[in-house]
Design a protein around this ligand. Structure first.
Ligand code: ADP
Ligand code: GLC
Length: 491
């Protein structure tokens, strides 16, 4: 493997510019970690109109740039900015990216032209490499949005002096989102009729971006070892098990890291007081501030359970909704909930907060400062996910000494060590059944530990804060994956 690789990452969202979930955290942090290991990385993403150009110092870079989509040539512009030293390029194309949302409108209706938007982004990113004379060793795409990059490389660029040597890597952050669309977009994507077959891009008469990525990429990975195993089984693969198993050992799980310059109570700029394992007094100040901001009773003796989540079916919060009122009626505990998404769940948590003033606090919306305050100020953090490819919030929670209460699935199972009531070892509380009862019982277990086994609770907080999920380790695992991709490409 060349010691210094040239890598282009293509992603639909990236911190700090545009984010709806963990994909953005990864697309922001992994390039920095790879750069720190000596690789040359560039990132390509859309120039959404929501990106604050001034704040992030975006400057015009190239205009116009022609991109062939099927028989149509589209003309876009490219902007650039430095993301802590990582050159980041923004594809400016008003027809596709000048709208309020990343993927959907304010009512959560997906934009109907999403396959056109993200097919175009992907093709534009490859074209940009040509314009930049940037000859990548690795083209690394993320999720369905950019999963066609390997197909574009193999169908269109196999002979191109800049792109023909590139190996492709697809990272699946969530197999449930596949980009499965009516075949009428296929002509625009320009991937040739002959490839619209069941072993490549076709899926029951439709186009499936993720499946195409799985079939064409030189290697495929997902974001935790357990989720990699789970997605090889029909139950959790959303129909992809056949194709993922077909990739044999070219499909692996690599646990995400987290960015401890952003998510770390010793340096976090978004919380009212800092704290460390040896001095937790700042955490008490964060707790009081959280109680104030969430309209909870300000009382240091009552434990707070935090939630920060997209309100989507995946996250299992309808199970929490069924249990939460029983919990606050029968235990001395408070909830601080931050989330947005499903309108029914939004309405439920708002009304639950109104019914239990001082006990349940709900902030419906998206707020990064509020997310940091919950991580810092809560005592526990609950994630009852039905499936969870990795999950970042429980890893953040560990660093803030906020013990996770999680359903043992995917990355949640890989990152949280079960509490052992005999010895006090462990970093959190796990349950298996996806039921309100299991949530009730496990929150009860955590709350009783808080009140009755303080020495164990303190021991667990120390153990949790000592966990190290920094990106460096994961970045080394990606280096090995790139090596494998290059070998596959050469073969
Ligand atoms: P997913 O990507 O499936 O949503 P992750 O746990 O990997 O789940 O990442 C979620 C990320 O999005 C975290 O950084 C979390 O803090 C953030 N997040 C989710 N919902 C909100 C919200 N309502 N406000 C602020 N941040 C949020
Ligand atoms: C996805 C998954 C989440 C993961 C994130 C980043 O959104 O739902 O579990 O942590 O991607 O990889």
């Amino acid at each position: 493997m060349p010691s210094q690789l040239k890598i282009v990452m293509i992603a639909a969202e990236c911190v700090p510019y545009a984010k709806t979930g963990g994909l953005a955290d990864v697309a922001g942090a992994l390039p920095k970690a790879l750069r720190a290991l000596g690789h040359e990385v560039i990132v390509v993403m859309p120039k959404y109109s929501s990106i604050d150009e001034q704040k992030f110092g975006l400057r015009p870079f190239l205009s116009p740039m022609g991109v062939w989509m099927g028989n149509t040539q589209e003309w876009c512009s490219i902007y650039t900015a430095s993301n802590d030293g990582v050159p980041t390029f923004f594809v400016d194309f008003e027809r596709y990216f000048d709208r309020p949302g990343l993927y959907h409108d304010a009512y959560y209706n997906d934009y109907l032209d999403n396959p056109f938007r993200f097919g175009f982004l992907t093709r534009a990113a490859l074209q940009l490499c040509v314009e930049l004379d940037f000859k990548p060793d690795i083209v690394h795409c993320h999720d369905w949005h950019t999963a066609l990059a390997p197909a574009f490389l193999k169908i269109w660029h196999w002979n191109d002096p800049i792109l023909s040597g590139a190996a492709s890597v697809l990272t699946i952050h969530n197999v449930a989102y596949q980009g499965n669309y009516d075949a009428s977009c296929y002509g625009y994507l320009g991937l040739q009729r002959g490839n619209f077959t069941a072993d490549k891009l076709e899926d029951h008469g439709r186009v499936n971006f993720l499946k195409g990525g799985i079939q064409y990429a030189d290697v495929v990975n997902t974001v935790s070892p357990t989720y990699a195993r789970e997605t090889r089984t029909p139950a959790l693969s959303h129909g992809m098990a056949l194709y993922l198993n077909g990739r044999g050992d070219n499909y692996v799980g690599i646990l995400n890291g987290v960015d401890y310059t952003e998510w770390n109570p010793a340096v976090d700029t978004l919380i009212p007081a800092h704290f460390w394992p040896h001095d937790l007094s700042g955490k008490a100040a964060c707790k009081a501030e959280l109680q104030r901001q969430m309209g909870l009773e300000v009382n240091s003796y009552v434990p707070i359970v935090g939630v920060v989540s997209r309100l989507a079916a995946q996250k299992g919060l309808d199970l929490l909704a069924q249990a939460i009122e029983d919990i606050v009626s029968s235990m001395q505990v408070q909830f601080a909930i931050l989330g947005s998404g499903d309108p029914g769940l939004e309405a439920f948590f708002r009304s639950a907060a109104a019914r239990h003033p001082g006990r349940i606090g709900a902030y419906i919306g998206y707020s990064n400062p509020a997310a940091h305050l919950i991580e810092a100020g809560a005592d526990f953090f609950v994630m009852p996910s039905l499936f969870e490819p990795c999950g970042l919030n429980q890893i953040y929670s560990l660093k803030y000494g906020t013990l996770p209460i999680v359903r043992a699935t995917g990355g949640l199972d890989d990152t949280v060590e079960q509490y052992n009531e005999a010895t006090g070892t462990g970093t959190g509380f796990k349950f298996w059944q996806p039921t309100p009862r299991a949530i009730f019982d496990t929150v009860g277990w955590a709350v009783s530990t808080y009140y009755d086994r303080k020495h164990h609770l303190n021991q667990m907080i120390q153990q949790a804060m000592a966990q190290d999920y920094s990106w460096e380790k994961s970045a080394h695992a990606y280096e090995n994956l790139y090596d494998k991709a290059l070998r596959n490409r050469q073969a």
